[in-house]
Design a protein around this ligand. Sequence first.
Ligand SMILES: [Zn+2]
Length: 128
Amino acid sequence: MDVFGVNTRSSDLFWSKVDRETGPVHPTLGRCWPWTGTKSNGYGMFNAGEWRIGAHRFSYRLLVGEIPDGLQLDHLCRNPCCVRPDHLDPVTAKENTRRALVYRGSREERREARVRRWAEWASQAVRP
Ligand SMILES: [Zn+2]
């Protein structure tokens, strides 16, 4: 038994809240797996009984393994609710902040970039 409670019951519950079929398709990383459960600041939050953890952190633990001590998981796809493990890159808090600052720019730029990015993804999305 570990602190995040990765077990059959929690992993079943986890997968019931992940959309692996209809998420946006990133041009280089492939399809995102958006979290459909509770979100906080855009990040998926996984509640399973007595503990609560970022959904992307649970996903990484479940499918990849231990998150190295003190590291945060940076979303390479810039989609904070995405839980696809190969879209997650373990980085130091410092590096994560640096990347976020490079990425963010001003509030306006950020909003425009987001709209542009989603339009790009939507146009490239593979539809069944
Ligand atoms: Zn993603």
